[in-house]
Design a protein around this ligand. Structure first.
Ligand code: NAD
Ligand code: MN
Length: 358
């Protein structure tokens, strides 16, 4: 029997709650399937670790997880630790060295969930956002001179490499090709940012030549927010920079009903390093410890993890179970306007997995 070794890093706040739920669901799937199993190694890295040790993870942290088949990540962020420390100290400290340059964020309106775009029905909003995840605005290049002084100067330089841009655009075209509509929208701000963003547009045109069967168009990121809200049915696969796609994907999640249902996969396509799977949302300390975090984003990213591991039938089974549960408003958590708990949703998904005959 195949045994997958998964590094589980629940992190902070509701990350703890949703990863615990995700592990239960994955174990139920493995039991239902019978041909594979999971061994979860748990790493208690995050803000509490930082308060005790002055770092978000140990020095040899990457070496400890490098041999795993995948990383299952909750969220980081605490009210009393600066956000740039938690983000750079753990999430980016894993994504960047493991070269997880493709951040893949599917968005759909699941059954039973109402989009804030009242006129939009399920099939009209079905996107995958591909986020460049290794450089750009989050390259870490910049600095502060004369910190705190009236003449202070501070920079965050967006650094784009031709190879980095080409590989993410190629990944997005290849993904668009696998989708029924074969349509890719390339998002930039190449009117105002006239160096790297113009290079991005040029590379998109070059790569497009290798994908004659994929239709593609270009959008400026500001206009893109309008198209997403006014004409969602005209979009399918979307590729954008690290910052732009970060923002657009929170918008996408909200348009699909809630940040709590949105998944994300940080993929190293060459499989030289483990890929990392996490819900899009953060540690949500406003609801942490209350048992009401929506676990659906974590279940959906577990589907992405199963697909990545090659367990497509199990991924499909899990998605069917999630959709059966979201279809029932009595199983909606408060972020979706309901009163269900994390526990109730998790138990219902497990019951749906056990009862699934597909
Ligand atoms: P957040 O995603 O934690 O929360 C935003 C809002 O959405 C909150 O009102 C929260 O209650 C709600 N929400 C989020 N996930 C939910 C879920 N699963 N179920 C129900 N409601 C949910 O974003 P924030 O408030 O801007 O940030 C909180 C902390 O998380 C900060 O420290 C931030 O830096 C961090 N953060 C981390 C990540 C990550 O680890 N990948 C991502 C975003 C934010
Ligand atoms: Mn974000």
């Amino acid at each position: 029997m195949k045994q997958y070794r998964i590094a589980a890093i629940p992190g902070d706040g509701i990350g703890q709650e949703v990863i615990a739920a995700g592990i239960e669901v994955l174990d139920a799937l493995a039991e239902r399937d019978g041909s594979f199993g999971f061994a979860f190694d748990r790493f208690d890295w995050g803000s509490d670790y930082y308060k005790a040790h002055g770092v978000m993870m140990p020095k040899d942290g990457l070496a400890q997880i490098e041999g795993h088949d995948a990383i299952f990540f909750g969220a980081v962020g605490a009210p009393d630790v600066p956000d740039h420390i938690t983000l750079w100290g753990l999430r980016l400290a894993i994504c960047q060295p493991f070269d997880q340059y493709a951040n893949v964020r599917p968005t759909r309106i699941l059954p039973g969930i109402t989009s804030p775009l009242r006129h939009v029905t399920g099939p009209e909003l079905d996107w995958v956002i591909v986020r460049e995840n290794s450089e750009g605005e989050y390259a870490g290049v910049g600095g502060r001179v004369h910190q705190g002084h009236a003449n202070e100067v501070a920079t965050d330089v967006s650094m784009m490499t031709r190879s980095g841009v080409e590989r993410i655009i190629r990944y997005a075209f290849a993904l668009a090709r696998t989708r029924p509509r074969k349509l890719l929208t390339v998002v930039t701000k190449s009117n105002a940012q006239r160096h790297a963003m113009v290079m991005w547009d040029e590379i998109a045109a070059e790569v497009a030549a290798d994908f004659p069967d994929v239709a593609w168009d270009k959008m400026l990121v500001d206009a893109m927010t309008m198209r997403m809200t006014m004409k969602p049915q005209t979009l399918d696969t979307i590729v954008a920079t690290n910052l732009h796609a970060d923002i657009l994907s929170d918008l996408a999640a909200a348009l699909a009903g809630s940040l709590g249902i949105a998944p994300t996969a940080n993929i190293n396509p060459e499989r030289r390093f483990p890929s990392m799977f996490e819900p899009i949302h953060g540690s949500a300390f406003d609801i942490a410890g209350k048992g009401i975090a929506n676990p659906v984003g974590t279940f959906w990213t577990a589907c992405q993890m199963l697909e990545h591991l090659g367990e497509q039938p199990a991924a499909d089974r899990l998605m069917r179970a999630v959709e059966r549960v979201t279809a029932d408003p009595a199983l909606h958590t408060p972020d979706l306007g309901g009163t269900a708990t994390t526990r109730a949703v998790t138990e219902a998904v497990i019951a749906a997995i056990r009862g699934d005959n597909g």
